[in-house]
Design a protein around this ligand. Structure first.
Ligand SMILES: Nc1ncnc2c1ncn2[C@@H]1O[C@H](COP(=O)(O)OP(=O)(O)OP(=O)(O)O)[C@@H](O)[C@H]1O
Length: 254
């Protein structure tokens, strides 16, 4: 009998630290193929730290984090990463198509030029985020939401089995939010595992099978409907008020 495939991402009582002091403790759960996990918590709660641990950029000082059964640094090629949109300078003189092609560089190799297959993959990735008609537009002239979609297309272009997204819905208009959700839903349908940090609970409820709540330690890692309860959200956000607004959960910063 062959062993089942390892989970795309597996956390086993993992503690992360930049230096000696733990920044995030006790993360335990898995991101399965074809599923999305939302990472939710207050500013400074450790969301970006967890994503960086999966990228192999932050040390895991206790427990383990594995990516496709390996240590994170050994599995980097299997992971597509969408950083916060602000991390790419809009003044940088490149088109949307050139930004997306950057996602193929690892496959193309340093000494080769992009081929027909690379160009087709870039066009396909832009189409998947609904920006086929903006391929030639300069990145800096696009709206914030469109830039975020270009960054998702860049991550999608090499077709990675695992996607990490750091607050992709921040400051994004409704059209772009829908386009991001559509592209991520499609990626899940082809088996991609998704880990997405967000402050916005709306997309979580339609996209994420599981939710991980963190505030310096794991508060919950469970099916979304079991994790997004007023009590757990209150525990996570330190008592900030949670309203049930027409069936939707809202975290207020009061
Ligand atoms: N490079 C670093 N070196 C040392 N400490 C860091 C570093 N980056 C982040 N931290 C600390 O780790 C803790 C968690 O930060 P992190 O950025 O993971 O939180 P976050 O939940 O992503 O917050 P936000 O929603 O504001 O992005 C914070 O106390 C932060 O100061």
């Amino acid at each position: 009998m062959t062993d089942p495939a390892p989970d795309p991402i597996r956390f086993t009582d993992a503690t992360m630290a930049y230096h000696r002091a733990p920044v995030l403790e006790g993360v335990d759960g898995r991101v399965r193929a074809g599923e999305a996990v939302a990472l939710i918590g207050p500013n400074g709660g450790g969301k970006s730290t967890l994503i960086k641990a999966v990228l192999g950029l932050v040390p895991v000082i206790a427990g383990t984090v594995t990516v496709a059964g390996r240590r994170p640094a050994e599995a980097r090629a299997r992971v597509g990463y969408v950083p916060q949109a602000a991390s790419l300078d809009p003044e940088f003189p490149v088109t949307a198509r050139q930004v997306v092609m950057m996602g193929r560089l690892r496959l193309i190799g340093r000494w080769r030029r992009p081929g027909r297959q690379d160009r087709a993959a870039v066009d396909d990735a832009l189409a998947r985020v609904g920006l086929a008609d903006r391929a030639g537009a300069r990145f800096g002239t696009l709206s914030g939401g469109q830039r975020q979609r270009v960054l998702l297309a860049r991550a999608l272009s090499p077709d990675p089995p695992i996607l990490l997204l750091d607050e992709p819905f921040n400051g994004v208009d409704a059209v772009s939010q829908d386009a991001l959700i559509t592209a991520l839903t499609r990626a899940k349908s082809t088996g991609t595992a998704v880990l997405v940090s967000t402050h916005d609970l709306g997309p979580v409820q339609c996209l994420c099978e599981q939710t991980c709540l963190v505030n310096r330690r794991q508060i919950a890692f469970d099916r979304t409907e079991l994790a997004l309860t007023p009590d757990l959200l209150r525990a996570c956000y330190g008592g900030n008020v949670v309203d049930l607004d027409a069936g939707r959960l809202v975290v207020t910063r009061g």
